[in-house]
Ligand binder design. Structure first.
Ligand SMILES: [Zn+2]
Length: 309
């Protein structure tokens, strides 16, 4: 399976348009030792011809143009992008769907709760269904196996398993609507399986790590994991107010409850952080946080990486 990392930052990107934190300021000043990043987006393929997107970032149009494998090849209107698997209804993960509204048939796989938020509460997504053979919404159970398939079926599908990682819907979902939905359908983790049986785990938002998640990750060959925040109070220290990482649904990288320590026992997978927020000090490759991450055997995803499992 080929995995293309088209973007690796958290929502807002790096630098973020209204952010003057140490990282964003130094990057703009040309003194930062590290790389800019656009918002996290991953594409996967088992045959290099049919591609599936894991979520749809707000930067999706530019990400497709920057990736020749995702350009049209055959007819006047054509795309190797055959489907999108949504792991949540967060704006970072769904806004790019609006850049795919040009009457191209493809599938969207998501839980019924995520589908209802998009289809029933946000009429702008009706643009994906202006004609009968446009987008096919496919409901998936939040603890199930499925095969990502092109529409109509062609090329190699990709077997995946999905499982619930959290129970919080995005802030734009009303309280009444949240109460009518199944909380376990709010946030998914994904394990995609290559044609040779190797596994890639994708989870850009992880609220907590428990034993059952550890067990799943131990079976993975490649792990793309939530690297949003370094510390729990990162945003509060930077802005003087705001939410903790935990309150926003992200386990921090550092600290006794952080992912570096919680996942330190994983032996098998190659471990890569994605969805890194612009405030995260590990983006600074001259700093101690970056050194600590690398010394622990982790890598920081960079835009444009192509990986094979
Ligand atoms: Zn910033």
């Amino acid at each position: 399976m080929r995995i293309k990392i088209l973007g690796s930052a958290a929502g807002g990107g790096f630098p973020q348009w209204n952010c003057n934190c140490h990282n964003c300021h130094s990057l703009r000043a040309g003194t930062f030792q590290g790389k800019s990043r656009i918002q996290t987006q991953v594409a996967i393929s088992n045959d290099d011809r049919t591609w599936f997107l894991l979520n749809a970032s707000p930067d999706l149009r530019a990400q497709i143009e920057a990736t020749p494998a995702l350009h049209p090849r055959n007819a006047a209107r054509d795309s190797p992008i055959c489907g999108v698997l949504l792991t949540s209804a967060d704006i970072d993960q769904i806004a790019g769907l609006l850049s795919l509204r040009e009457l191209q048939p493809f599938r969207i796989y998501c839980t019924p709760s995520i589908r209802r938020i998009l289809q029933e509460d946000n009429s702008v997504f009706a643009m994906l269904n202006r004609v009968p053979d446009q987008v096919l919404w496919t409901d998936i159970d939040c603890d199930s196996s499925l095969c990502l398939q092109a529409l109509p079926e062609r090329g190699a599908g990709i077997n995946c398993s999905v499982f619930s990682l959290g129970n919080r819907f995005p802030a734009y979902v009303s309280r009444d609507r949240s109460l009518a939905l199944r909380p376990e359908e709010a946030l998914l983790g994904v394990i995609a399986v290559s044609s040779s049986g190797r596994r890639m785990a994708y989870m850009p938002a992880v609220p907590a790590v428990d034993d059952s998640l550890l067990q799943r990750l131990e079976e993975a060959d490649l792990l793309l994991f939530d690297g949003t925040f370094w510390s729990d109070d990162e945003l509060i220290r930077m802005q003087g107010s705001g939410s903790t990482a935990q309150a926003m649904g992200h386990i921090p990288v550092s600290g006794p409850e952080g992912s570096l320590r919680k996942l330190a026992g994983l032996r098998k997978p190659r471990k890569i952080f994605v969805h890194v927020n612009n405030t995260n000090p590990m983006l600074d490759e001259s700093g101690p946080e970056y050194q600590e991450v690398r010394a622990a055997g982790w890598e920081l995803a960079e835009d444009g990486w192509s990986l094979d499992v």
